[in-house]
Design a protein around this ligand. Structure first.
Ligand code: SF4
Ligand code: SF4
Length: 252
């Protein structure tokens, strides 16, 4: 499960499926973050902190301290970042956090030329650490946000990013079972808890809200089972699916 703590990002990539912007004022509150963390850990032992760019949240390090207090031996956290706000000066903070998390934290840095317009110095020591992985290529580009405006981007997705969670919800009728199945398939990117506590079924912040973590789980389950989406870009993908696959997510 992803927790998107902000929709702000100064990097300004033309391939941004989130349409994250430098002037965004969308930040998760501390109260929502605590609730999002509890919800995440109830259904999924792996936490992914993302954005926008998570380190642009003014309380990022405070939030990470709360994550550290919450992690136990069978849980783990990843932070997905563009690395812009990290430098060797942050090594003591990163080291202290790793200690508090008992090593159960990983950093995933995406800085791929020519996609990311502001270059970071990947030769810095912080990016050589064993708890940092550097993404060297873009695995899959979905047809969202600014990515749809770029003439050169080719979208590799064969189905909307929400396909797995939606078909599992309709098949199992249970959020716990759907999350268990996603983990067994090594699918960790959905659902996403957005900055305001709403639940989205696709990875992009542009995916519409399907439910909210403040609701009872039985209501969330019904919301997710009955969710349909009018996204025109995803409908181009849906149109390529067989009727059986469309029916599996309740789209005709
Ligand atoms: S792709 Fe990532 S780094 Fe680039 S603008 Fe979007 S959120 Fe920021
Ligand atoms: S826009 Fe709608 S159909 Fe597309 S991935 Fe997001 S939730 Fe799914």
């Amino acid at each position: 499960m992803l927790i998107s703590i902000t929709e702000k990002c100064r990097m300004g990539c033309s391939h941004c499926i989130d349409d994250a912007r430098p002037d965004s004022d969308k930040f998760m509150t501390l109260e929502t973050f605590k609730k999002a963390l509890a919800f995440n850990l109830k259904y999924d032992p792996s936490i992914t902190i993302t954005g926008g760019e998570p380190t642009e949240h003014p309380q990022f390090w405070e939030f990470m301290d709360i994550v550290a207090e919450t992690l136990t031996f069978n849980k783990a956290c990843s932070v997905v970042t563009n690395g812009m706000n990290l430098s060797d000066d942050d090594i003591p903070k990163v080291e202290a956090l790793k200690e508090k998390c008992r090593g159960l934290i990983m950093w995933q840095v995406s800085s791929i030329r020519p996609y990311y317009p502001i270059r970071i110095d990947l030769d810095q020591k912080i990016f050589q650490r064993k708890d940092f992985t550097i993404a060297r290529k873009i695995e899959k580009l979905e047809c969202f946000g600014r990515a749809t405006q770029h003439p050169e981007w080719i979208f590799q997705a064969k189905a909307p990013g929400c396909f797995n969670i939606r078909s599992l919800m309709r098949g199992t009728m249970s959020f716990s079972s759907a999350m268990l199945s996603l983990r067994s398939m090594n699918k960790f990117c959905t659902p996403q808890i957005a900055y305001d506590g709403s639940i989205k079924l696709g990875e992009s912040t542009l995916c519409p809200r399907a439910s909210h973590i403040d609701k009872r789980i039985s209501v969330i389950e019904l919301d997710l089972i009955n969710f349909t989406c009018a996204c025109p870009e995803c409908h181009k993908l849906l149109d390529k699916l067989t009727p059986m696959y469309r029916a599996a997510i309740g789209e005709n």
